[in-house]
Design a protein around this ligand. Structure first.
Ligand code: PRX
Length: 651
């Protein structure tokens, strides 16, 4: 569907789903909470912060030295004491923290007591290796229990972690590790994916040739095939934890000490190391997890995201553990061994809350209803969506075929930078509409503004901004305060620019329209157009490349590359495949362009800027308007003809 049509369709969305009365009556969040937050937002957040366990209580709430925020700055706490010790002390040691299921079918149940002990052993092991408070530790792992254990062990001793999604390539590891000079890297021999073995340790070996700061590489044995272990640098996880005590004093951390870095794509080729600190972040992820997912003691909660992205950090690790939740973690893909894997997991563990992404939902739609129908999904009581705009058809399908028509759906808008959910229904309070994330949560202040930064009245669209600091907000970009100011705070004075286009309807509901910058969103993964372009031009035969996101029914957007070859050479299918493979190897397979077109020239303005918007129009088959500002308008015609051919091929 074209953007304009999509916007039109959304504006006409008439369906409304008020919370079911039984749900509303028992919900953690009741309607008065919005006014409560509005009345005095700082005491509202301080109230939630006080529900955490502080080693030294805070007396100050917010210090706002725009654009740098400090929350609860004179307080001290440790994230893992809040995630683990607190529950064990309260007698909940035997409660299950994680029901884990491996892709081949192996299973593990880990209680809070066991998780605490494993975290302490690794924390002691890290200390024994010389890892100190403030040192950065990189983690590159599949979805196995050792991944959250590694993150928590770092947090225990005050070493910020930097998790690198397991789909990234060695070069991407190098960039991230070197940017923040990590001292250790925690990984796995190999991982399972759709029955295949993923060479994680090999990727680390390739990366470690260019990461001088890494002193140790700790390796979990997951698959069991032999891997190279370099004497003096590489250690098996089992040896690191062997003989270590199951007790480890948590390091007292200032509320504003760094908890982690998480790299995300921006509009340049260099990823940004987003900084999240301890007290404010924990406060907000805990609050949103409790209210948006309406978490109760007997819930079985499953966020089916990967821990390598922020969704997993906030809503598989820190939020759920702080709330003492029982979660599910699944290692593999939803179609292994069959397309009903997720539903068999929901049935087995009696999952009551499921949080997943629109791309996954659209994939399930395509596969058909027979797979969810094979299983008893009656344990579900709430569904969530995250990562990209959800189209109303997918929303309705999710509601009907997964939620049995009875579960409220929370469409949650947020970002790596926001740390926690910002715009979302509260499931017992908000009337939902298919396709809308509804409105800002209590304590969150958003607006939609025009080019001049003026608030757009209801019914209009523009840029989504956040107008007040919030506890879980990023504290900046690692090593680059200027980029932090430029990216988020320079376009509109005193407003955080999220980078999303958004429309507000007459009732004040927010409808997200996708990114307004050069960032693509493919299956909920943020990928920078510039990053893919630089990977392409690294290839010896490529002279120039332009990359745009093209609307895609399944993945939201698909990567579409226009490539000019050196010496004006014509391309071939073989070379196109080679270039695709090159990008995949350079950045990670999930960044491989779906479409690749050769052209003798790229459309540019007279000043030499590539006209990406025009390329997007071409890629999406839109009729073009005025191209007179172009240096060479013949190229547009050529590209249009090719795009038509591509479209025919696809059908
Ligand atoms: O464009 C928005 C989209 O994902 C971007 C953030 O990506 P990332 O930092 O990787 O975090 C993803 C998980 C929180 C946003 O700028 N996005 C995320 N959730 C939604 C969304 N777009 C529309 N609706 C959502 N619910």
């Amino acid at each position: 569907m074209k953007t304009a049509e999509a916007i039109e369709a959304l504006s006409n969305e008439q369906r409304r789903f008020p919370p079911p009365p039984e749900f509303a009556a028992q919900a953690n969040a009741q309607p008065g909470i919005y006014e409560e937050a509005e009345r005095d937002v700082e005491s509202f957040w301080a109230g939630w912060a006080r529900k955490l366990e502080w080693i030294k209580p805070f007396t100050r709430v917010l210090e706002w030295n725009e654009p740098f925020a400090k929350w609860f700055a004179d307080g001290q706490l440790n994230a893992t004491a809040n995630c683990l010790d607190r529950h064990v002390k309260a007698g909940l040691g035997n409660r299950v923290a994680y029901n884990w299921e491996g892709e081949p079918g192996d299973r593990r149940t880990i209680t809070y007591q066991q998780l605490l002990e494993e975290v302490c052993r690794l924390a002691n092991g890290l200390r024994a290796l010389g890892v100190r408070k403030g040192d950065r530790v990189a983690i590159y792992m599949p979805m196995i229990p050792e991944l959250p254990i590694a993150m928590l062990a770092c947090a225990r001793i005050g070493a910020p972690h930097s998790v690198i999604f397991g789909g990234f390539s060695p070069d991407s590891i190098v960039d991230r590790v070197n940017d923040s000079e990590c001292v250790a890297l925690i990984t796995t021999d190999q991982g399972w994916r759709r029955g295949n073995k993923i060479p994680l340790k090999d990727n680390c070996d390739a990366a470690m040739a260019s990461t001088p700061s890494i002193k140790h590489c700790i390796v979990v044995k997951r698959v069991g095939d032999p891997v190279e272990m370099r004497e003096g640098r590489d250690l098996w996880w089992d040896d690191v934890v062997k003989g270590q005590s199951a007790q480890c004093e948590p390091e007292p951390m200032n509320a504003e000490d760094l908890l982690y870095l998480l790299y995300t794509s921006g509009t340049t080729a260099k990823p940004k190391g987003i900084k999240h600190t301890t007290g404010g972040y924990l406060t907000e992820v805990t609050m949103t997890h409790k209210l948006v997912f309406d978490l109760k003691n007997d819930d079985v909660y499953w966020c089916a995201a990967d821990i390598g992205w922020v969704t997993g950090h906030s809503y598989i690790v820190y939020g759920p553990l702080c709330n003492g939740a029982t979660s599910v973690i699944y290692e593999g893909t939803p179609d292994f061994p069959e397309r009903d894997r997720l539903w068999s997991i929901v049935e087995r563990y009696k999952v009551s809350i499921l949080y997943t992404a629109p791309t996954a939902i659209r994939t399930f739609m395509r596969w058909g209803t027979e797979y969810p129908e094979r299983h008893d999904l009656s344990s579900l009581r709430l569904l969530g969506s995250v990562g990209e705009p959800i189209n109303p058809e997918a929303w309705m399908w999710y509601r009907q075929h997964i939620g049995g028509g009875r579960c409220p759906i929370v469409d949650t808008w947020w970002q790596t930078e926001t740390g926690a959910i910002m715009i979302s229904p509260l499931p017992g309070v908000t009337t939902t509409l298919p396709g809308s994330a509804t409105r800002p949560l209590p304590g969150t202040f958003a607006d939609v503004v025009n080019d001049q930064g003026e608030s757009v009245p209801p019914g209009g669209g523009g840029y989504l901004v956040l107008t007040r600091p919030w506890p879980g907000m990023l504290r900046g970009i690692w090593g680059d305060d200027q980029r932090y100011r430029d990216t988020y705070w320079s376009r509109f004075p005193h407003k955080y620019l999220a980078g999303d286009g958004c429309r507000r309807d007459l009732d004040g509901n927010y409808w997200f329209m996708g990114r307004i910058d050069d960032v693509m969103n493919v299956s909920g993964h943020r990928i920078s157009t510039t990053e893919v372009e630089s990977a392409l031009v690294e290839h010896p035969q490529v002279a120039e490349a332009a990359v745009v996101g093209r609307l895609d029914e399944l993945t939201g957007q698909a990567i579409c590359a226009f490539v000019c070859l050196r010496g004006g050479a014509a391309g071939s299918n073989v070379l196109a495949d080679e270039l695709r493979a090159h990008v995949g190897a350079r950045l990670g397979k999930f960044t491989t362009p779906k479409y690749l077109t050769f052209t003798h020239e790229l459309p540019k303005t007279r000043s030499g800027k590539i006209m990406r918007r025009l390329l997007r129009d071409i890629a999406e088959g839109r009729i073009l308007g005025d191209t007179t500002t172009l240096a060479d308008s013949a190229v547009v015609h050529e590209l249009q003809e090719r795009a038509k051919l591509e479209a025919t091929k696809e059908e």
